[in-house]
Design a protein around this ligand. Structure first.
Ligand code: SAM
Length: 393
């Protein structure tokens, strides 16, 4: 299938995620940076946007001309949006295409509403709130790329991410706020995993990685050195299992049975224990490890050299200690994806932990992308996350 994807703010991370999820079916066709974000054209097996933290819109190439495509839709009112990501696209080129299509369709007796373009690309919120996320046959967003046309099949559900992030019962600003989409990316960077695979987060904190693992159909196993964090993760994971019906037991004639069934399902789906990641003996099986490691102190300004050195030493000792402890407890080929800290420098670049060679000598294969650096940061953020992708040798 030929896809066009509009990637998130850190395109190299979104790209790594797509490659990992599509696996051997992935073939790059082209990638370029437009003013509305990075655009990637690629071939791959069927993908679902709900599973991708780093992709904003996903569209599939249509073989028919857009007019023929629209004329083939079932009876009823059509809602139409056109985004244009061609090199010379403007708000006007997109709007003109939409109005041209509307005019012909109306002449043929169809009722059409065009979603107004404020720019060449409709924003995620506009697409989402006008129902253009590919779920309704007659609500269509096309993306035009030069002579080719794509139909949007998925739009990132920014509202669902915000709910998952903000409505969780146990939150703690001191351990940082791992955005749910980054948690999803960390899990996806583990590569193809079987349904129900058991994912370990040894620095689970409030449980964002574990929560996303459950929502993706995996089992979640967390440990943390802090009793308070273990309690927070337990609370959040119980909440997520209660709130999202996909994880609940199927209906039963007796409500008591259903309750029992649900509780045992929930218990078998997640487990959280107290443990120091540098010494803990985890229960098996561990099919993949995805985590945000200890990031040091929160900071609001670029640290002095002395502070940076102290922070780096502390964080390095914990991450290296953890990887040494882990390597003997996982099978060959097990993926390990860690978000490690990186600190903003005065010149705007990030200072990373210098640990890659050491990790390789411990018995892990290090991905090439990790060597180049995969930094996830908001503009101006002082402590960023440096994503490290490993597999046990
Ligand atoms: C940056 S936070 C992770 C936050 C987490 N991603 C979340 O969803 O809230 C790092 C966590 O590592 C834990 N931690 C620090 N040192 C540790 C160690 N040696 N072993 C296990 N956990 C540790 C802290 O208690 C903290 O919860």
């Amino acid at each position: 299938m030929r896809y066009l994807a509009i990637l998130g703010r850190q395109p190299e991370i979104s790209l790594a995620e797509l490659e990992a999820v599509a696996g051997s079916s992935y073939r790059l066709v082209k990638m370029y940076h437009s003013k509305n974000g990075a655009v990637l054209v690629f071939d791959a097996k069927e993908l679902e946007i709900e599973r991708l933290g780093g992709t904003i819109k996903l569209a599939q190439k249509i073989d028919l001309a857009p007019l023929e495509y629209l004329r083939g839709l079932p009876d009823g009112k059509i809602t139409l949006g056109v985004s244009d990501c061609s090199r010379k696209a403007t708000r006007k080129t997109a709007a003109t295409e939409a109005l041209k299509l509307k005019k012909i369709l109306v002449r043929h007796g169809r009722s059409v509403r065009v979603v107004e373009n404020k720019e060449a690309m409709l924003t995620t919120a506009t697409s989402l709130h006008n129902g253009l996320s590919g779920k309704n046959e007659r609500k269509v967003e096309f993306i035009k790329l030069e002579e080719d046309w794509y139909r949007v099949v998925g739009v990132q559900d920014i509202d669902a991410y915000a709910r998952r992030d903000q409505v969780r019962p146990a939150r703690d600003a001191r351990v940082g706020m791992l955005p749910p989409k980054l948690a999803q990316i960390l899990i996806n960077l583990c590569g193809e995993l079987n349904d129900g695979a058991r994912i370990l987060d040894p620095f689970c904190g409030t449980g964002v990685v574990l929560q996303e693992a459950l929502l993706m159909g995996y089992r979640a196993y967390g440990t943390d050195i802090s009793e308070r964090m273990v309690e927070y993760s337990n609370r959040n994971l119980s909440w997520i299992t209660d709130s999202f019906s996909r994880l609940s037991a199927t209906s039963s004639d007796s409500p008591i049975d259903a309750q029992h069934q649900r509780e045992s399902l929930v218990q078998s789906r997640f487990q959280v224990s107290l443990g120091d990641a540098t010494t803990y003996q985890w229960e098996q099986p561990i099919d993949a490890v995805a985590c945000e490691g200890y990031l040091g102190k929160p900071m609001s300004q670029v640290p002095s050299m002395i502070t940076l050195k102290t922070e780096q030493q502390e964080c390095k000792a914990i991450i290296v200690g953890f990887l040494k402890n882990l390597v003997g407890q996982i099978k060959v080929g097990t993926p390990v994806v860690i978000a490690a800290p990186a600190w903003l420098r005065d010149n705007g670049s990030y200072s990373r932990l210098n640990i890659i060679d050491e990790i390789e000598n411990m018995g892990y294969n290090v991905s090439n992308k990790t060597r180049e650096g995969l930094i996830y940061a908001r503009v101006g953020q002082v402590v960023a996350r440096d994503i490290i992708i490993l597999r046990k040798k």
